[in-house]
Design a protein around this ligand. Structure first.
Ligand code: ITT
Length: 209
């Protein structure tokens, strides 16, 4: 069965593909939503990740008849009262890049403790403008005071994952997926979809005599 993902973020797309290979092989075929680059991105007006994930999934699913999912995710830093959170992609301003966001995060965190933080991901699954379900994932870690590693994207080079003894940018995509916020949310979504796909079809309504 075909399922579309809707994201403008290449790093997310790579992780969606890995997750589909791992959790949905032989059952679901994942593709980016056709024509996505020609569709104006919706304004992310939500104040929570859940609101923005559902807003994006609803919006993009109106452009297809198949299932469509979108992800809203971010970095929650305890010492910054949860910032950048829902504003993670534009932490350093409207023209933000991963590099400028990381530079600002380092500046805000200079000499600051505690350095605990978590990535949170909400995946929203929709069809034709209606939300079917949302799926959540979290990964806990701490922030380094200088970047390490070249894999991944976003804040990965600053996010140290204690169980691996390295940042999420120092491990490859497969290893990141095993423990990441996105990996967990996507595993939950594909588990749900596989269960739905294997449910017996509802019996036809009884015919009149
Ligand atoms: P789409 O809305 O098109 O999917 P986006 O990048 O704007 O792309 P979000 O609004 O969900 O997506 O912002 C997510 C930001 O949170 C992302 O740009 C990173 O800065 C950060 N982030 C989320 N997941 C991350 C991860 O796995 N590793 C590093 N940074 C991450």
């Amino acid at each position: 069965m075909l399922i579309y993902c809707a994201t403008t973020n290449k790093g997310k797309l790579a992780e969606f593909r890995l997750a589909a290979d791992r959790y949905a092989a032989g059952c679901f075929h994942l593709e980016p939503l056709p024509g996505l680059s020609a569709i104006a991105a919706p304004e992310e007006t939500g104040v929570t990740l859940e609101e923005n994930a559902t807003l994006k999934a609803r919006y993009y699913s109106r452009h297809a008849t198949e299932l469509v999912f979108a992800d809203d995710s971010g970095l929650v830093v305890d010492a910054l009262d949860g910032a950048p959170g829902v504003y993670s992609s534009h932490f350093s301003g409207p023209q933000a890049t991963d590099a400028s966001n990381n530079a600002l995060l380092l500046e805000r965190m200079r000499g600051v403790t505690p350095r605990t933080a978590r990535f949170v991901c909400i995946v929203a699954l929709a069809r034709a403008g209606g939300i079917l379900r949302t799926f959540h994932g979290v990964v806990e870690g701490t922030l380094l005071d200088s970047p390490r590693g070249s894999h991944g994207f976003g804040y990965d080079p600053l996010f140290y994952y204690p169980d691996y003894g390295c940042t999420l940018a120092e491990c490859d995509g497969e290893r990141k997926l095993e423990v990441s916020h996105r990996g967990r949310a996507l595993q939950a979504m594909f588990t749900y979809l596989r269960a739905e796909a294997s449910r017996p079809a509802a019996p036809p309504s009884s015919s009149r005599r």
